[in-house]
Design a protein around this ligand. Sequence first.
Ligand SMILES: NC(=O)c1ccc[n+]([C@@H]2O[C@H](COP(=O)([O-])OP(=O)(O)OC[C@H]3O[C@@H](n4cnc5c(N)ncnc54)[C@H](O)[C@@H]3O)[C@@H](O)[C@H]2O)c1
Length: 243
Amino acid sequence: MNAKARTAVVTGAAGGIGRATVDLLLADGVSVLAVDRDVSALAGSPARVVEADLAAADAPARIAEAARALGPLDLLVNCAGVGGSRRLAETDDALLDHIVGINLRAVLRLTRDLLGQIRAPGGAIVNLASVYGEVGRIGTTAYAASKGAITQVTRQLAAELGPQGIRVNAVAPGCILTGMTREKIEGDREYAATMVGGTPLKRIGAPTEVAEVIRFLGSDAASFVTGQIVAVDGGWLTSRGTF
Ligand SMILES: NC(=O)c1ccc[n+]([C@@H]2O[C@H](COP(=O)([O-])OP(=O)(O)OC[C@H]3O[C@@H](n4cnc5c(N)ncnc54)[C@H](O)[C@@H]3O)[C@@H](O)[C@H]2O)c1
């Protein structure tokens, strides 16, 4: 990472993609504030850690306070997210609020409350969208809607914040082996075969492969890239339905 990127806040930092991102940034010498609702998996990490449920009313203020110790923020990675979606008919209000509350509302609230601390010009935001924000698929209605919204939030904020010199991009992972997907991938052979079969590279992705793209988008190597949704999916989106 460019020497200018010295500080970062990463949410969902104890999860698969978040932790891989934290570790890459730390290896680059970045001071990282790692946020998760359960930080036990971050024990021993040199990152500064804040345990916070991003859906809680006081979470953005607590994170902003902790981030002040880092100085101006070069990078915000909005990685925390939840799956567990169903068809719309099976999606009750509690599940809807849970998914949209964390995957969309919490991203908007935290980003808004950290805006004054993001370096301008020069700062960057990377959001976690999904291939399911791009195409339709049975059984992921609320999740896909929340991720499609993140895609649009990314474009919207790129327009809003570009004049201040803040870049905003997203990655759209395909099927990546993490805590969110492990049970489905390992327990549902048909699902795993479908995902691998429908992916031109014929395999599932690793968290580090997503983290590498986050790292690039967050660095000055991507200094003229903003408003982009970069699929990290082994080609799944471009050839969906091809087996
Ligand atoms: N794994 C995939 O195949 C895949 C595909 C597309 C998009 N994504 C997105 O990537 C991001 C990371 O997912 P992952 O696969 O690493 O999953 P993960 O479950 O391993 O990690 C998600 C992390 O977010 C944290 N989190 C969830 N709700 C929170 C809350 N309210 N407050 C604070 N922390 C909270 C969890 O504790 C967890 O550590 C998510 O936004 C997910 O939607 C993942």
